[in-house]
Design a protein around this ligand. Structure first.
Ligand code: HH2
Length: 285
């Protein structure tokens, strides 16, 4: 069986006059500047190391670089605004020299505003506007916005997540968040949505959401982040450093089902896998 996708080609118009076409699925490379991210914690704490890693991701085909200064893995606590900014700003200031848009992965409006000031052009908010000031920060910068779904908060989200209908509940959450973003002045055509794989979800919830990416695509371009996540530990019994093949399987499925952006730590492999899948998809008559 192949997934059926109805995809309206979209373009993100970013500050600085840059346009990011989503006509084919893009890869967003993850640059976590944290000591404790679940798969790449500690690797990019030195801004020069982050720049080196980011440069390689761009060479391998990353179309966006996602910089994050706070882990949102299950059980994670929060870090202060000052600490998050201390981590991400020196990295963003370096990454702007690379020829790709930078997104800031944060749930804090103050961090988003400072990151946008430093040159980020997309805000990636895994809490779907959990911070009431977030939409205004995005609107004021004319930035694009990724709204993620979460049930609860990272500290507690994996303690027995429950839904009656996970796809429709996630759809409703993202729809409401998008409406609030637009009311605050964000251009609705610049809003992407993300089901938030692993953010308050069981394995079954994650699989249902991936199976119904097409439903979420009715709200806007869909971003999917499955890279190295625990769903592959559950499904395949693999430790975090052996989940590449599982992640590629899910990424290819998501892209064929209509996702426009795949967020990953493994850029080269994901770019290759998506290129092959979309090449074949283009010949389906
Ligand atoms: N997942 C993570 C972080 N940010 N952003 C979007 N849009 N979608 C996701 O699925 C997503 C995300 C979690 O992964 P990672 O950044 O690797 O881990 P950590 O939160 O431990 O830093």
């Amino acid at each position: 069986m192949t997934p059926s996708a109805t995809v309206t080609a979209a373009t993100l118009h970013l500050p600085g006059g840059r346009a990011l076409s989503l006509a084919t699925p893009l890869v967003m490379g993850v640059v976590n500047v944290t000591p404790d991210s679940f798969s790449d914690g500690g690797q990019h704490l030195d801004p020069e190391d982050a720049l080196r890693a980011a440069r390689v991701m761009v060479e391998h085909g990353a179309a966006v670089l996602d910089v994050g200064g706070e882990s949102t893995r299950p059980g994670a606590g929060t870090v202060s605004v000052a600490e998050e900014l201390r981590r991400v700003l020196p990295v963003i200031e370096r990454l702007v020299q690379l020829d790709v848009p930078i997104s800031i992965d944060t749930r804090k409006a103050e961090v988003a505003a400072a990151a946008l000031e430093a040159g980020a052009v997309i805000v990636n908010d895994v809490t779907g506007l959990g911070d009431p000031g977030m939409a205004q920060a995005v609107a004021e910068a004319g930035a694009a916005l990724i709204l993620g779904h979460i049930q609860g908060d990272p500290g507690t989200m994996q303690r027995g997540p429950r839904y009656d209908d996970v796809v429709e509940e996630v759809f409703g959450f993202l729809n409401a968040a998008k409406t609030r973003a637009i009311a605050a002045g964000v251009d609705g055509s610049q809003v992407c949505v993300d089901p938030g794989i692993g953010f308050g979800k069981t394995l079954e919830h994650n699989l249902d959401l991936l199976a119904h990416v097409g439903r979420l695509a009715e709200l806007g371009p869909v971003v999917v982040g499955v890279s190295r996540k625990s769903m592959f530990g559950q499904l395949l019994g693999r430790p975090v450093d052996e989940r590449l093949a599982g992640g590629l399987g899910a990424a290819v499925w998501a892209a064929l089902a209509g996702a426009r952006v795949v967020r990953t730590h493994d850029v080269r492999e994901t770019v290759d896998a998506l290129r092959v899948a979309t090449c074949i998809q283009g010949r389906v008559s």
